[in-house]
Design a protein around this ligand. Structure first.
Ligand SMILES: [Zn+2]
Length: 199
């Protein structure tokens, strides 16, 4: 990755560094990976994008990692307690996140394909795909937040409640991002998701 600073000056914006210019700079610096369309989908909620990017770079401090550096004595998943807490387990195999995903799939009406093979996801950028990526990254973010809540507050919401929260978040984001006319097929999807009133 190139350095964003040259001679102490932020190179991406003449006005100097800002969170927005830093975010945009980071977005365009990424080498092409299968997961790029998912992580850098413009409809994603920015804080979700950051977590998804860290996940794809295997950067979260999950317990497997923390135990190896002596930060904790066990590496059990903080959510289900039945397996080693790796990123892979938390987001793809943990029965808790699977329940959240299942609820989301029931609501949206299509599979979310939250498996490791992000290459399966194309980058066509139609509405359904943008919403699919928006939902996947929202699920990653909320599962990670729940895991942190379990760790720090010993509080864990039911997966159904988490899914309800994600759905409201997703609906609100769709309303904000819908600025262009949509096709009749897309209208049907929007009606199904309960966000048709805005277009
Ligand atoms: Zn688990």
């Amino acid at each position: 990755m190139k350095n964003g600073y040259s001679d102490g000056q932020w190179t991406a914006d003449v006005k100097g560094y800002s969170i927005r210019s830093g975010y945009d700079w980071l977005r365009v610096q990424q080498p092409k990976q299968d997961w790029v369309p998912l992580v850098w989908n413009k409809w994603n909620i920015p804080k979700h994008t950051i977590i998804a990017w860290i996940i794809m770079n295997n950067g979260l401090n999950v317990k497997e990692k923390l135990r190896k550096i002596g930060y904790c004595t066990d590496d059990c998943c903080l959510i289900c307690g039945s397996d080693v807490e790796t990123q892979e387990h938390l987001f793809f195999d943990c029965r808790y996140s699977q329940k959240v995903i299942h609820q989301m799939e029931n609501w949206c009406g299509f599979p979310l394909q939250t498996n490791r093979s992000m290459g399966m996801l194309s980058s066509k950028g139609n509405l359904k795909q943008k919403v699919q990526f928006l939902m996947i990254t929202a699920c990653y973010y909320q599962v990670w937040m729940q895991r942190n809540s379990a760790r720090m507050k010993q509080v864990l919401l039911m997966p159904e409640k988490v899914a309800e929260y994600i759905i409201e978040e997703v609906k609100s984001r769709i309303r904000r991002k819908l600025t262009k006319p949509v096709s009749s097929t897309e209208k049907k999807w929007l009606a199904k998701w309960g966000v048709l009133g805005v277009c």
